[in-house]
Design a protein around this ligand. Structure first.
Ligand code: BES
Ligand code: MN
Ligand code: MN
Length: 453
């Protein structure tokens, strides 16, 4: 198996580079055709890997690619999930090389989607090819690669419900998360949920002269800033009534275990070029970024932002606000609490509107399951070190839905690193990580099949 990977090393990389050349940005309709091109690329590569079936399924949004290799119905079935869509590459001027013209520099692949998630799901297709070619596949494999993860997977729920029988499996394996470091392997045992909203504050019916009206009429930008500022208190606690009501607190042992993971605060600050960190009082940085909920403004606009100065009292101000959720918060409940509170704190001098975007539930997986053990053994074998269980701060909304609809747990065996710059300019993925993934995935199948017996 190792020999096969070695013999095909360059081709495995070149194929990924071809995939990275397709600008499959799900958020921007200008790339609609490239989304289809990427889906076709993925379908063809699943087919070429030796699957019995590989097809494109239309949805109300971007298509889903699904394939399978069923070797024996009596063997356990693993469903692989990933996403071929990527985040927009903006701002382009901050990239050192064009985002859709991948380059290799310092043993890293630079391109949008290099890690999130093209580099990571393509490892599975190459691992599948390797197992089929070397006749070592020990489980049935189903593989579903979607095109709307970065925009909230809003049509995938319907797909999963409709094709529940086809997707039936014993466990789900996903590589779309990170490890602590290349010499500190880890497995994420949780993801945060998400509530994402857009808000609009409207004052007067038109933009006004800020000298003539200024001081006498509400400025929606000022009002919006005050409202946003009031959403957190001096301890970094979110002030929305009921926001923490369902938040599950960790036991002292769980907190200690979480905080025992290697974390160097000085390195963290140096990497981000910040003089200090901030966050909710009473919690460590690891906790703040994994098991505690958050509220962040992701964008804010209004008024005059062109060249020079314009003395205007704008009529409107907007912001995009997201909240990361932890067990047992739900996105619907938090949306309701946020909306009620935000409307209630708006002064009578303005009108307020809260428009929901997408959401998703948080997720946790136990570390004593067969699938977790299989991932642990696989990584231990390939990295030479037992992986540490961690809790992830990011969100993959479909994972909680998989549990509801398919009744099985997902294993987040990701191979990314914090330095991969997901969603940022100059996203990259280490060659080490790409090949380590291709090497580790077959070991997961081997251990899973053995443990499942
Ligand atoms: N792969 C990420 C999620 C992730 C990254 C989890 C790193 C753990 C570690 C995924 O593609 C992503 O970006 N998800 C979005 C959610 C979505 C609804 C836009 C996120 O977390 O913002
Ligand atoms: Mn991803
Ligand atoms: Mn992402």
């Amino acid at each position: 198996m190792q020999q096969y990977i070695e013999n095909n090393r360059d081709r495995f990389l070149n194929e990924l580079l071809d995939l990275l050349r397709i600008p499959s940005v799900s958020a921007d309709s200008k790339f609609k055709n490239d989304m289809l091109k990427a889906a076709e690329f993925v379908r063809d590569s699943i087919q070429k890997a030796g699957a019995d079936k590989a097809e494109i399924y239309e949805t109300a949004g971007h298509p889903v690619v699904y394939g399978e290799k069923i070797i024996d119905p009596k063997l356990p079935t693993v469903l692989i999930y990933g996403h071929y869509d990527v985040q927009p590459a903006d701002p382009y001027e901050l990239w050192n090389s064009p985002p859709f013209e991948p380059v290799i520099k310092n043993e890293r692949i630079f391109a949008r989607g290099a890690c999130d998630d093209k580099g990571q799901f393509y490892m599975h297709i190459k691992a599948l090819e390797t197992m089929i070619a070397t006749d070592t596949l020990a489980c049935n494999v189903k593989i579903m690669i979607e095109g709307e993860e970065e925009i909230g997977s809003s049509n995938l729920g319907t797909f999963v419900k409709e094709y529940r029988e086809m997707l039936k499996c014993d466990t789900i394996l996903i590589s779309d998360t990170s490890i602590i470091a290349n010499d500190v392997p880890s497995i994420e045992t949780g993801l945060r949920g998400l509530t994402y909203v857009e808000v609009e504050i409207v004052g007067a019916n038109r933009d006004l002269h800020s000298g003539v009206y200024g001081g006498g009429v509400a400025n929606p930008i000022n009002v919006l800033c005050e409202m946003i500022a009031s959403l957190k208190d001096e301890n970094g606690h979110i002030t929305i009534p009921g926001f923490y009501e369902k938040v599950g607190e960790l036991t002292t042992e769980q907190r200690d275990a979480l905080n025992a993971a290697p974390f160097d605060l000085e390195e963290y600050k140096k990497d981000l070029q910040i003089n200090d960190i901030q966050g909710e009082a009473g919690y460590s940085t690891i906790e703040r970024t994994s098991v505690r909920p958050t509220l962040d403004v992701n964008g804010i606009w209004g008024g005059y932002i062109g060249e020079g100065a314009k003395t205007v009292l704008p009529s409107k101000a907007n912001a995009k606000i997201s909240m990361r959720l932890v067990p047992h918060q739900t996105d619907d409940e938090i949306l309701e609490l946020f909306t009620k509170h935000f409307e209630s704190i708006a002064p009578a001098s303005v009108k307020v509107k809260v428009m929901p975007h997408h959401g998703g539930l948080p997720y946790v997986t136990p570390t004593d399951s067969v699938e977790y053990k299989a991932a642990e053994l696989a990584m231990e074998e390939s990295f030479g070190k037992k992986p540490i269980p961690t809790r992830g701060g990011g969100s993959i909304p479909i994972v909680a839905l998989f549990e509801q609809e398919l009744g099985c747990k997902s294993i987040l065996m990701g191979f990314g690193l914090d330095i991969d710059a997901l969603h940022s300019p100059n996203e990259s993925y280490g060659l080490f990580n790409y090949y380590k993934g291709i090497e580790t995935i077959p070991l997961f199948f081997k251990h899973y099949a053995e443990l499942k017996q």
